[in-house]
Ligand binder design. Structure first.
Ligand code: NAP
Length: 302
């Protein structure tokens, strides 16, 4: 692998985890980093998220072989413009954004003539900021690369090797397809969680304290997702608008069908769907994408 120096722009959950994972798994690789927030830069330096925390994006990327933009999707264009004048000609530019078509467009526009290989590690938590990152975030998780047709093979091989060294499994996907797949597996589930938690807190005949007290009935599992970073998720929905609206249309139809089944007392339809969904949960566990223990392995007191 010819990547010896990595610059990370944005030192929150993803950027911090990347820095820590590089230090743990590829100690020969030098890391620099920059974040727009001075408080985040100070905390990143304290935690050692990267080898050197720089005072500007330009300084961070000046000698990098690879730059990874780890900022919210809506800030990618601005971050790319900031690094453009300082970027060495040979540097590979990548990112970790949750939607890929709009990011690929923004990076290509801001960085003409550079090798850009967008990426999305499908790994995260509901936490954000410089204290949220940890070195094992990417282990056993997929990292999806969405290269354009001109992506050089050597750069693809280097980026793949780097993510694999951090414990990730790499898949290559067309950006438009990525955006539909992630709309189904991530973006719509977040939208549903944000909706149900919002609805519950707005109900008039069920009090807030009842919602919290009886949350173990299922509600609390939605609240983990609905606690995710508001800036990040606002940007995801605005940037992946078309795929999200397409999948949401389909979801609304299915929800209406369930509403009809409940109204008509059609237990067979409900039972058939609930049986199919149970199988999907089993497959996720079999493929090592979640904990097999009941109730996500939570402690239950005596
Ligand atoms: P995060 O913890 O909020 O970190 C993002 C950091 O970027 C913040 O510290 C932010 O500073 C900084 N930033 C914003 N604009 C910047 C700029 N122009 N230059 C430098 N720094 C800038 O968010 P995250 O969860 O790591 O998400 C980062 C990216 O990863 C997003 O594109 C997201 O879609 C993607 N992603 C997230 C997850 C997840 O589960 N969280 C999973 C996979 C991919 P301020 O706070 O001061 O704005």
């Amino acid at each position: 692998m010819s990547i010896e120096r990595v610059a990370i722009i944005g030192l929150g959950l993803l950027g911090g985890s990347l820095g820590l994972a590089l230090r743990e798994n590829l100690p020969g690789v030098t890391t620099t980093g920059y974040d727009a927030s001075p408080a985040t830069r100070a905390r990143a330096a304290q935690r050692g998220l990267v080898g050197t925390v720089c005072d500007s994006a330009a300084e961070a990327v000046a000698e990098a072989d690879l730059v990874v933009l780890c900022v919210p999707v809506g800030a990618m264009a601005q971050a790319a413009r900031e690094i453009a004048p300082a970027l060495p000609a040979h540097t590979i530019i990548s990112d970790v954004g949750s939607s890929k078509q709009s990011v690929a467009r923004a990076l290509a526009e801001a960085l003409p003539g550079h090798v850009v290989i967008p990426a999305h590690p499908v790994a995260g938590t509901e936490q954000s900021g410089p204290d949220a990152g940890f070195a094992t975030l990417f282990r056993q998780r997929w990292c999806i690369l969405t290269p354009g047709p001109d992506a050089p093979e050597a750069a693809m091989a280097d980026l793949t090797e780097l993510w694999e060294a951090l414990g990730a499994k790499v898949e290559i996907m067309d950006p438009a397809h990525h955006d539909v797949v992630l709309a189904v597996t991530s973006h719509i589930p977040h939208l549903i969680a944000y909706t149900i938690v919002g609805t519950a807190s707005d109900l008039e005949d069920v009090t807030q304290s009842e919602v919290i007290k009886y949350s173990a009935g299922g509600f609390r599992d939605f609240t983990r997702i609905a606690a995710s970073d508001p800036t990040m998720w606002r940007d995801v929905f605005l940037s992946n608008r078309e795929a999200v609206l397409e999948v949401l249309g389909r979801f609304s139809e299915d929800l209406t069908a369930l509403q009809r089944a409940i109204r008509n007392g059609d237990g067979e339809t409900l039972f058939d769907l609930f049986s199919r969904t149970r199988t999907i949960r089993r497959s996720i566990i079999e493929q090592g994408q979640d904990d097999a223990r009941p109730d996500f392995g939570r402690e239950h007191g005596d």
